[in-house]
Design a binder for this molecule. Structure first.
Ligand SMILES: [Zn+2]
Length: 216
């Protein structure tokens, strides 16, 4: 505790938007109020969940994290999500129904090399620490496809990501896995990533940092 206080004096945590000093997470109280949370246990489509709407400050930060690319902003967003977990009643859902581990929808290795980090892996690591459960890197992305664009409808997106993810190795999976990703739109990527885990016998809860509805 004393160490944390000392670190705060010498290396204060600053809000990633306005650069004001902040206490625990890199978002000040004023900017936190502007962030749009998703309530009702965060359900957005079927059993898929998301914590925030892909709008305003969250959208701005995600774009910065992914396309600048900026790993410290990616870490800041994962801390925001973890902070939200602890504040929100959706944490109760996980206490009632706690997954055995966290996994993530991985980038293709070539995209990870270009970007320097895997955003979903950063999120998964923070969430695993918050829920005090292990992080397991189950999945492999087998194709380097162009990113899914907003002009595609759900069927086109499902066809495009079909078979894109496989299990890294023949392994026994935990009975309940929390699968995380940065953004969910139609849920097509979650479907493709969930598939090999379900086939291996797991029950999978999909949860994204942000949700953006598809403009049909
Ligand atoms: Zn701020």
């Amino acid at each position: 505790m004393i160490l944390t206080d000392l670190l705060n004096i010498f290396f204060p945590i600053r809000c990633i938007y306005c650069n004001k000093n902040s206490k625990k997470i890199p978002f000040c109280q004023k900017c936190l109020l502007k962030i749009e949370h998703i309530d009702e246990r965060c359900l957005i489509q079927g059993s898929n969940r998301a914590a925030f709407f892909y709008s305003g400050l969250v959208r701005e930060a995600i774009l910065k994290a992914k396309f600048e690319p900026n790993e410290s902003v990616a870490r800041a967003l994962s801390q925001l999500w973890s902070f939200y977990f602890c504040q929100n009643e959706n944490m109760l859902f996980f206490l009632e129904n706690k997954p055995a581990c966290v996994s993530f929808v991985p980038l293709h290795w070539r995209r990870r090399v270009t970007r320097g980090f895997d955003f979903a892996a950063i999120i998964a690591k923070t969430i695993a620490k918050t829920l005090e459960i292990p992080l397991v890197d189950y999945l492999k992305c087998t194709r380097l496809d162009a990113p899914l664009s907003n002009s595609q409808n759900k069927e086109e997106r499902l066809a495009k990501v079909f078979g894109k993810y496989t299990l890294r190795k023949k392994t026994t999976v935990k009975p309940h896995i929390l699968l995380v990703d940065d953004i969910v739109t139609t849920g097509a990527t979650f479907n493709a990533a969930r598939e090999p885990l379900i086939t291996a016998g797991a029950n999978v809860t999909c949860y994204a940092l942000a949700y953006t509805p598809l403009n049909d």
